[in-house]
Ligand binder design. Structure first.
Ligand code: XIL
Length: 346
């Protein structure tokens, strides 16, 4: 009996040896002193911020692109029909200019975070088009030459690949998408214009619908330069293969690729009781590295950059929005670097 056990044990060791030896080395905790994430990569490395965090030293030293998490959304920047609120957006733009950061603005047209007046707007199709044009043109013209890229349309598709029945589709029809791009382009012909959406690597039908429409519009001369894969993912979903093949499909279709809202959940199945383990942090670190390393391999002309959706775990949108504990970002709530950061800087 004992020898059988020993044999099995030997067999197990033999079989598992290659697996054990392939395990990446654990990532040691590091510090941010004299190290800079964006200098480590030759594509823009961005972060989503809210105005108070513009002064956070980590933003200054680690990132060379910023995206406003909320302040360019319609409810903030256009609170009343005849009133735009520029103060916070201006602060972000001034910060970017003064500190030589690229500003990728988010987002002109969306179905969420709309001001009440916009949701309740009454009028004909041409009134709606004029209202949308006024919204887009006023904002894009104000920041012409200062904002380098825009998410023009956010989340226009449902998971089944049909167009989301938002206020724009209902009142203008599907042409609202190409019109939005045209209005933005007229307002700043130099700006790079993006379509942005979630679950593109997880939902093949949705991905195909997005790529088909964007390719078709581009062929017809609509000024669409890139596609944003939001990438609110987890240590488990989607598979590495699905993520990589989605990146390839987007670039092969001739679009710049923005990994636009990256965060990697360690608690995607929402367990009620949850203990953050070192193993989870290591897995998260490996996933961040995997994505950055693969993005690095993309042809330069298609690299728009990777934007992390928030600076520290303490301000991530995930706990609030999904009502669960989570730690998806590169820095902990005290702005200390996590293995995820250290793995990327290594
Ligand atoms: C989130 C912000 O981070 C939160 O602060 C806000 O409460 C809700 O919106 N997809 C998007 C982003 O395109 O605009 C969302 O940002 C996250 C999901």
């Amino acid at each position: 009996m004992k020898s059988l056990y020993l044999n099995y044990r030997f067999l197990y060791l033999l079989l598992s040896y290659p697996l054990i030896s392939c395990e990446p080395e654990p990532i040691e905790v590091c510090n941010t002193d004299q190290q800079s994430l964006y200098q480590r990569y030759d594509f823009p490395v961005g972060v989503a911020i809210e105005p108070p965090h513009t002064t956070e030293p980590i933003v200054q030293t680690q990132f060379n692109s910023i995206t406003p998490s909320n302040r360019f959304k319609p409810e903030f920047i256009h609170p009343q029909e005849k009133t735009f609120y520029w103060h916070h957006a201006d602060l972000l733009v001034d910060y970017a200019l003064a500190n030589e950061k690229r500003l990728h603005a988010h987002t002109l047209i969306w179905h969420e975070q709309l001001p009440i007046w916009m949701e309740n707007f009454q009028g004909s199709k041409s009134d709606w088009e004029a209202m949308m044009k006024h919204h887009i043109s006023t904002i894009v013209k104000r920041y012409k030459g200062k904002v380098q890229a825009w998410d023009v349309i956010n989340e226009a598709f449902l998971e089944d690949g049909t167009l989301r029945p938002n206020i724009w589709l209902k009142n203008i029809g599907s042409s609202y998408i190409e019109k939005a791009f045209q209005y933005a382009h007229e307002a700043d012909p130099e700006a790079l214009l993006f379509y942005n959406d979630f679950n593109l690597s997880f939902r093949p039908t949705k991905r195909k619908a997005v790529l088909d429409l964007m390719t078709n519009l581009k062929l017809r001369g609509v000024p669409i330069h890139g596609i944003g894969m939001q990438s609110h993912i987890s240590t488990i979903f989607p598979s590495d293969q699905d993520f990589i093949s989605t990146m390839e499909k987007i670039t092969q279709a001739g679009f710049k690729l923005h990994i636009s809202e990256l965060d990697i959940s360690v608690n995607s199945i929402s367990k009620e009781k949850f203990e953050l383990t070192d193993e989870m942090l290591q897995r998260q670190a490996q996933r961040y590295r995997f994505i950055f390393n693969n993005y690095q391999r993309i042809e330069k002309q298609y690299q728009h950059g990777i934007t992390i959706w928030g600076v520290s775990d303490g301000e991530s949108w995930i706990p609030n929005y999904f009502g669960r504990e989570d730690y998806p970002l590169l820095f902990d709530e005290f702005f200390n670097p996590k293995p995820a950061y250290c793995g990327l800087i290594k």
